[in-house]
Design a binder for this molecule. Sequence first.
Ligand SMILES: C=C(O[C@@H]1C=C(C(=O)O)C=C[C@H]1O)C(=O)O
Length: 423
Amino acid sequence: MTAPYAPRTDRPGSVVPDLPRTDPATRVAVTRPLDPSTDLLAVLPAPTGTAAFVVGGDGLVGWGTHAVLRTSGPDAAARIGAWVTRTLGALEHDSDVPGAGPVAFVSLGFDDPDTAVAVIPSVLLGRRDGVAFRTVIGAPSVRTPVPVSAPGRISWSDAGMSAAAFTTAVAAARSRIRAGELEKVVLAHDLEAQAEHPIDERLLLQHLADAYPSCATFAVDGLLGASPELLVRRRGTRISSRVLAGTAWPERSGAAVATELLSSAKDLAEHRFAANSVADTLRAVTAELDVPAGPRPLALANLTHLATDITGVLADPSLSALDVASRLHPTAAVGGTPRDVARQVIRELEAGPRGRYAAPVGWIDAAGDGDFAIALRCAQVSGRTVRLFAGCGVVAGSDPEHEAREAQVKMIPVRDALERTAR
Ligand SMILES: C=C(O[C@@H]1C=C(C(=O)O)C=C[C@H]1O)C(=O)O
């Protein structure tokens, strides 16, 4: 079936062309109410190509491509921001639902060479506070939904770095920290799954959302996950951020896991670096900022984190959610302290590029509002291959074996989703 218009793809460094003068319908977005009982992740029509950001059933899902931009480099986020403003701004919007309308889903790269992606889907479904809507850009072809299919047998293999090699890398990082080169670094490794059949993203997304309802179940260009860590939410000038660092899981101390976390000097130190990195960046862009004095425990289905919820009011209302997310990235929850030294140590000790793992992922609208999580508890899906990533913060008091186990525990969400959907 042919699309009524060709999606635009702007390549890195290319001059962004004027908007297409092809079909005038591609410049019209129509927003209408939708049944608020709609289960956003249950109505996705195709196995791949989903864009999603859903928390507890509320949020946004999209499919079809009105426009897409892939880019990289230190100014990737700025380029995406300008492109989103221009591309959404060029749409004529006919809306019956106040506050609803087209958005861009954005997934940045972790490091400068990693490719960032922004996509404006031609069909968008949203739900918030009991109000739901559907936005359609142009006249996308009506497709019969493809039934959801199971991936079949799954086989696992080490990807860039085995768990044993990861333990050695953590020990090397700890030595560099103890030698005074840096204070904290977050190291990660990956794991690969091969499925018998091509992966249907919808099954993974549904399982992740069911098992981790308080997390942001996200999908952008094949990167799927359920992140507990909200990097930034912007609504007008109000912003909020949830910082996570410091982790324990039931095997460690049973039901007392939260108490143990709150009295662990090593986890509190790990957390302090992360919370300070976010607070310091936000202080520079806010007129008011509320930072709690200390963290609290946040329990997820498979582990417990130390969490700090920060709220504030932007001093400059022209800063978008994406602007704030890109200033924050990488926080010391996924990079380290000092930030630039940690970035270099990550390049030296990890086996390969992180891609979009541990970078901001979320959505942004024409007014600059949006939600960005850190892309954690996630995997890159490509055909029959699923590449899972997870990491852990390393400080002077870290035990390499323990940190390696922590990374394994953080792979459980995607592992379980894959195994449970296998047949
Ligand atoms: C790096 C990851 O998680 C981050 C590291 C944490 C830690 O070291 O305790 C906790 C939450 C996240 O900020 C990951 O999930 O891959």
